[in-house]
Design a binder for this molecule. Sequence first.
Ligand code: PBG
Length: 322
Amino acid sequence: MAEFPKVRMRRLRKANLRWMFREARLSPENLITPIFVDENIKEKKPIESMPDYFRIPLEMVDKEVEECLEKGLRSFILFGIPSYKDETGSSAYDQNGVIQKAVRRIKAEFPDAVIVTDVCLCEYTTHGHCGVVKDGEIVNDETLPIIGKTAVSHAESGADIVAPSGMMDGMVKAIREALDAAGFESTPIMSYSAKYASNFYSPFRDAAESGFKFGDRRGYQMDIHNAREAMREIELDVKEGADIIMVKPALPYLDIIRMARERFDLPLAAYNVSGEYSMIKAAIKNGWLSEEAIYEVLISIKRAGADLIITYHSKEIAEKLQ
Ligand code: PBG
């Protein structure tokens, strides 16, 4: 094998040509922008734990989408803050629920915008868990028809992709069957396949008012120590009919993204979650990191093997990429 001085790695690092050899690239087309749609507000409301991020009033959601489209961002994932909550999360599948109204509103103006909807109950239940609660337990099988119904109501409103995030066993199968029965056999499912019980979601729970009243999510979200288990989760989702798989969070789980990339040929999404965003933003705000750190984080997720990144940094990074 050739070596120094024949080999000089620096030859390809000259300023005018090193860009040619980039192995990973970031494009606004691969970024999915989360939008928190709040039915209860009239003005954009800053999210304290997520600097420069806002809850958007339902009436302004189309304007928010328009701003993103102008920056080259074409896909969105919607989270709802509903006007009412109950034990079973019935506002999640209400045809006049916040997400259903938001999707119709966006689609009426921007039919080509890609709208992904988060399918989960935690924002819509009084207890804040992702499933139905019985005797203090989050019960699996009783939750499935409700998320099936929720996914169908999103598709009926015009959602392009539904994304179940509750980590219930059998959720992809239940949603696939419900969608097919309702005539939505062409609506893809992006499953939060390997979603860890992470500490990095706490700013999101502020933002989406989805904090739980008791216990934690470790009975359904994955144990942070495990990697092989993530492959089993993904494999099951693929068998159940997922069209796109996801690893979440992203930055502390780059190894899982890489493993998933090597094992599965489906499109792979990674969720650069709220805590990852807030951590970087806090350091930038304090002058401890430069803004370039955002790009470095996102490119690390691409390099690990993700095709798509859900990120709160999308607007600021799209501006730079343009
Ligand atoms: C709902 C859901 C959560 C996130 C996305 N969907 C919160 C949770 O599981 O507690 C987290 C996203 C983020 O932190 O950015 N199940």
